[in-house]
Each structure stands twice: as structure tokens, then as C-alpha cells.
Design a protein around this ligand. Structure first.
Ligand code: GAL
Length: 632
């Protein structure tokens, strides 16, 4: 059964409040309370001098109320003395400027001194609380990558990158060949001659950029692994990291392999304003509900990253402070978001935060309680959710019939080489996800390392930068109907155009002979209705069945057997029509959902979520706005 929790900062409040806070949390039906992740300056005010008494008492008070503590390690907020000890630990931005002390996440993942310091405080906390009965889970650091903090152009990053390249290529000849450095006389003769790819006159070599992004991702994964190694000897409790929405700067699958549970922080209204490219009308329509597919996409992604175990570590409870506009959720949405997470298999949903802080950066961010300690709107809804979850009991997840492959490296590659404004890999995959959900489907998101596709009727592979031959074989040997492209397999892993021409999929006699990108106001009309936008490929094929073509008769999707290659970025309605027809071939039953309504099926139950601001009719049911209903 999904449990509820809350994020709490005992160090922000007078100790006289702790007991009643703990009691009220328990009375509300919460199980977990996450603490500690920003408290370093109160745990170790000066180097080596620890002040544990307050934290010991906080854990005791919370535990005595029957709550389970999720202990956060505080490495996202190194205090001033740490920065004074290592003045060069600050990350450096693309313009070469160090990012200052005075907020959070002010460190470079390549700084060895800080990594050791962070591992030390992590181990010290592990020693102190690893065997404490009240501490039943751990969160390592906080939101890697938040505030653009993954990529750093520091001197430490530069020398670590040179080492990484030396290990990868062994010789500069091999590197020059792989990158194509003969172009523009970029050849190097020693690894120390390789610089970071910022501040170049015009674009840097895409192969150089991609290796830098791979290196950067590896640094984050390695950094986290050092924290896991510091903590693991002291506790058997699950080790968790709270990832984010649409943060793609490091390979979450790789990091997930080192952790026990994946968590993510879900702020549906903040994300709609801040992180999703939709037009003004759409944003106005969903301003108080959030995008109907964004949360679900991440639930499905993190279920895979957590190898089946995942949480929402922070759930938006009311207006936040950080988006361009910060409306309040419609009444009912906090319940809807929480139940949607449960329907996707979350083990826990924790609200951020218990009481709104009257001071510092987030004073305009709602909590379950207002600053004066009286309940905010979400307090009531959290109580309703606790009752709902009890009534629901355990939910059993089912494998979806349709899977979508999502890959971090492809995100980096197409950020480096979009070729047309607006071509973004996340968008491409997310739009496919959205179309599938509009067809009423459960969707599983899979890593590109997946080789076992048993049970899937269809697998969709959009925009996968590099197509490993064993992935192609595994997919072709499975039962699944495969939809490839656009842009899938269009480069080698070294960021070159392959010969034979892409997609070069054995058995498919199709080659992409030319690519065009289109202005947003200049789409190309399709014979079957609708249009292609942004990206359109010229497909040379031999006797393949033409699935879609432009009004001028240029094929843009062709098929043979159980595979279809799509060579264009389709508009949303066109994409839905296209997938519907493809899925019919795969024997997948679809059901067009009314605008704003989404469903999720688990064993024996169906959840219906109305993200709309108006009631909808579905199967003779009236589903009120901002409401989740469950039917068996
Ligand atoms: C998250 C972060 C929290 C808090 C919250 C505000 O990104 O982990 O510490 O800042 O946002 O919405």
C-alpha cells in the first residue's frame, strides 16, 4: 500500500513545536518524515565539532510519535567553512565564472577534496543513525542537477576530462580519428591539449561535446557511488535519491543501479509553467492542474530507474515560489496527484513541506500548514488521501502492452545537434507518450539497455541517437511490433553519419537520403490528413509498404513485417492517428480519451483522472473536474 509522508525541517522551528508537529503528522495519517538534507551548518557548525543533540532529539520525538524517519545527507548545502577550506570547489559556468556560496548545490562534481568531505559527513551521519530504529530510509544529497549544477567548466573538470578521455581512447591518434579532428585542424598530440568545449569561437566539435556530456554524467554517477559506499557499511535501510522532472544531464539509469529506490520531486504546476513547451492557451487551461501526462511520464520512468521501487519524495501542496507564475492547485488536485502516483506504483508520496517557512528563499512556497501553524488547503486533502489509500489497500501493477524507449545520451546528442529549432529529444519522446496516453493506454518506459521485451505487443523507439546491433536483434526477435524513428540510428556512437545510410536496420530496405527541418509555421501536409512539423526525412525504400506520405507523394513512414520506420516529427493529432493504426496491427486495443481525462489500469482496478477544469462524461460516468475516481 502506498504510504504518505512529509518533508520537515526541525532546525527551522522552536523545539517546543516538535512534539505537536509529530503528533499532528501521525494523526493526519502520515508514515514518513524526511529530515536533515540541508542541515549541515547545524550538525557540524565548524570542522570536526558536531552538534548532534538537537538532531538526536528530533529523531526521537518523531519516532516516538510513530513516524519513520527518512534521513537526508546534507551534501547539497556545504556550509561556509567547507567552501573556505576548498575555495576552488565551486562549479564554473559556461562563461568561466565560479558560482558563489549563498544558496545551495555550490559544488563541482569533479572536485576530489569536496567529494571526500561529502563522503566523510555522509559516513559520519551513517555511523550516528544507521542503526537507529526510527531511521528506516536514507536520501543521499538532494536533487542532483537542480539549478543547472551538473555541468562544470572548472580546472578540476578539465583535468578529470583529460584522464577520462585518455582511458577511453588510449591514444590521441584514436581520439583524433574518432572525433574527426582533421576538420578545422583540431588535431591534438597529447591529452593535456584537450580543453573543455566552452568559450570556443563557434560551435565545438559535436563528438567533443558528446564525450564531455558523457564524462559529466559519469562524474555525477561516480560521486553518488562514493556516497553510497560511505553510507552502506552503516545501514541496511534503503538508499534513495530524489531525482527531478525533465532533468536529463546525467544518466539516471546508471545511477539507479547503485541505489535501492528511485524517488522524484513532483511539482505539476511549477513544471507546467517552467519546464514544458506548450502554448499560452494550454498553459492557461491547465494552470491549476498541471500537464495531464507529465507526472505519469516521470512515474513510469522512475519505476524503471528504481528497478520497480520508487517514491514521490516531494509533492507540491499549493503554490510554489519558483515558476514564472505560481497559481494554487484547484481543490482536489493534491488528492488527484497523490492517487495518480499510487496508481503508478509509488511506495510513498511525501508532501513538501510540513509548515511554510516565513523566512529566506522559499517563504512564498506553501506547505501543509501556513506560517502561523493553521492548516493550509493541502492539509485537508492529505488527510483525505490517507483515507483513500487505506481503503484501496495494496495495488498490483501490470506490465503495459506498449513500451517506449527513453535514453539520456540521445538527449545530449540532439541538444548538441538539434539541426532545427525546437527539435528536442525529451519532447519527441514525451509527445509520443502523450499520444499513447490519449489512446487510453498504460505505457512502460524502458532503458536502451533493455534486451528482454517479453510481453510487449509494441515497442516504440523514437530518436534513439545510436542503435546498438544487439538492441535491434532483441527487438526483432521479440513478439513486439516495432515503431522506429524519426532520427533513430542516425549516428554512430562516435557521432558520425554511418555507412550504409541510416537507419540501417537489417531487413528494412529503407535509407534516409536527406533531412530537412521546417519552420514552425511551415508544416508539410499529409495525404491522410494532419501534418509533419519540424523534422522530415526523405526515405529511399525498396518495395516497402508506404504507411504515410505527404500530399506530394513523398513517403514519410514505411513498413515491412512487424516493423515501421517513421521519418518525421508528427503533429499531436497526426501522431495519435498514426499510433492508433500501428497499434491495431499489434493487436493493442486503444480508446480515445476525452480532453484532460487519463486512465491507469492496475490489476482489477481502473483509475480515471480528470485533469480538466470541467466535468467530463466517460462510459456514462460523470467525472467532476480535478477529480480521481476508481472503478473495479
Ligand atoms: C525542490 C527542492 C526542495 C525545495 C522545493 C521547492 O526542488 O528539493 O528543497 O526547494 O524544490 O519547490
Amino acid at each position: 500500500m502506498t504510504k504518505l509522508g512529509v518533508c520537515y525541517y526541525p532546525e527551522h522551528w522552536d523545539e517546543s513545536l516538535w512534539e505537536s508537529d509529530a503528533r499532528r503528522m501521525a494523526d493526519l495519517g502520515l508514515t514518513y518524515v524526511r529530515i536533515g538534507e540541508f542541515a549541515w551548518s547545524r550538525i557540524e557548525p565548524t570542522e570536526g565539532k558536531f552538534a548532534w543533540d538537537w538532531l538526536d532529539r528530533a529523531v526521537e520525538v518523531l519516532g516516538a510519535a510513530g513516524l519513520q524517519v527518512v534521513m537526508g545527507t546534507p551534501s547539497a548545502t556545504p556550509p561556509r567553512w567547507v567552501v573556505d577550506k576548498y575555495p576552488d570547489m565551486l562549479a564554473v559556468d559556461a562563461d568561466g565564472r565560479p558560482r558563489k556560496f549563498g544558496s545551495r548545490r555550490h559544488y563541482c562534481f569533479s572536485h576530489e577534496g569536496y567529494r571526500k568531505e561529502a563522503a566523510r559527513i555522509t559516513a559520519v551521519m551513517g555511523k550516528r543513525y544507521g542503526q537507529n530504529d526510527h531511521v528506516t530510509a536514507w536520501q543521499i544529497d538532494n536533487e542532483y542537477g537542480c539549478h543547472d549544477t551538473t555541468i562544470s567548466y572548472s580546472p578540476m573538470a578539465a583535468s578529470a576530462f583529460q584522464d577520462w578521455l585518455a582511458q577511453k581512447y588510449q591514444s590521441t591518434d584514436a581520439l583524433n580519428r574518432a572525433w574527426g579532428n582533421v576538420f578545422w585542424s583540431m588535431e591534438v598530440h597529447d591529452f593535456t591539449e584537450i580543453d573543455l568545449p566552452n568559450l570556443t569561437v563557434t560551435e565545438a566539435n559535436p563528438a567533443h561535446l558528446l564525450d564531455f556530456r558523457r564524462f559529466t554524467s559519469d562524474q555525477v554517477v561516480r560521486w553518488n557511488k562514493a556516497m553510497v559506499d560511505a553510507l552502506r557499511p552503516h545501514t541496511d535501510a534503503p538508499l534513495i535519491h530524489n531525482y527531478m522532472g525533465r532533468i536529463t544531464d546525467f544518466d539516471h539509469y546508471k545511477m539507479g543501479a547503485d541505489l535501492d529506490v528511485a524517488a522524484w520531486d513532483s511539482y505539476p504546476l511549477g513544471f507546467l509553467e517552467d519546464r514544458i513547451e506548450m502554448d499560452e492557451d494550454f498553459k492557461a487551461r491547465y494552470a491549476q492542474q498541471g500537464h495531464p501526462d507529465f507526472q505519469a511520464f516521470h512515474h513510469d520512468l522512475y519505476r524503471t530507474i528504481g528497478k520497480g521501487r520508487w517514491w514521490v519524495m516531494e509533492q507540491q501542496p499549493g503554490p510554489v515560489n519558483w515558476a514564472p507564475f505560481n497559481p494554487a492547485p484547484l481543490d482536489g488536485m493534491v488528492r488527484l496527484w497523490s492517487l495518480e502516483a499510487a496508481a503508478h506504483g509509488a511506495e510513498a508520496v511525501c508532501y513538501f513541506r510540513w509548515r511554510q517557512a516565513p523566512f529566506a528563499q522559499e517563504q512564498m512556497h506553501a506547505g501543509l500548514l501556513k506560517t502561523d501553524d493553521t492548516p493550509a488547503r493541502a492539509f485537508v486533502e492529505a488527510g483525505d488521501v490517507a483515507t483513500d489509500l487505506k481503503a484501496l489497500g495494496a495495488l498490483e501493477q501490470e506490465q503495459a502492452s506498449v513500451a517506449l524507449i527513453f535514453d539520456y545520451e540521445s538527449q545530449w546528442a540532439w541538444e548538441i545537434q538539434p539541426q532545427g529549432q525546437g527539435f528536442d529529444y525529451f519532447r519527441l519522446v514525451f509527445k509520443s507518450y502523450k499520444a499513447l496516453r490519449q489512446l487510453g493506454l498504460n505505457v512502460d518506459i524502458l532503458s536502451p539497455e533493455t534486451r528482454d521485451f517479453t510481453g510487449y505487443k509494441s515497442v516504440i523507439v523514437p530518436g534513439l541517437f545510436h542503435l546498438p546491433p544487439d538492441l535491434v536483434t532483441a527487438l526483432q526477435e521479440s513478439e513486439a511490433h516495432i515503431v522506429w524513428g524519426p532520427r533513430t540510428g542516425s549516428k554512430t556512437s562516435e557521432f558520425k553519419i554511418p555507412t550504409p545510410l541510416p537507419p540501417a536496420i537489417p531487413g528494412l530496405e529503407v535509407a534516409v537520403s536527406r533531412v530537412e527541418t521546417l519552420r514552425l509555421n511551415n508544416p508539410r501536409a499529409l495525404k491522410a490528413g494532419g501534418e509533419a512539423h519540424l523534422w522530415i526525412e526523405e526515405l529511399d525504400h525498396n518495395k516497402m509498404h508506404v504507411v504515410e506520405e505527404t500530399v506530394d507523394g513523398a513517403p514519410i513512414a514505411v513498413s515491412a513485417g512487424k516493423e515501421t520506420y517513421l521519418g518525421a516529427w508528427l503533429g499531436l493529432n497526426t501522431r495519435r492517428r498514426f499510433f492508433k493504426a500501428e497499434l491495431l496491427k499489434a493487436g493493442v486495443k486503444t480508446r480515445e480519451m476525452p480532453e484532460g481525462l487519463r486512465r491507469r489500469r492496475v490489476k482489477g482496478k481502473e483509475f480515471l483522472f480528470n485533469y480538466g477544469a470541467e466535468d467530463v462524461e466517460f462510459d456514462g460516468l460523470n467525472i467532476p473536474a480535478a477529480t480521481a475516481i476508481i472503478r473495479t
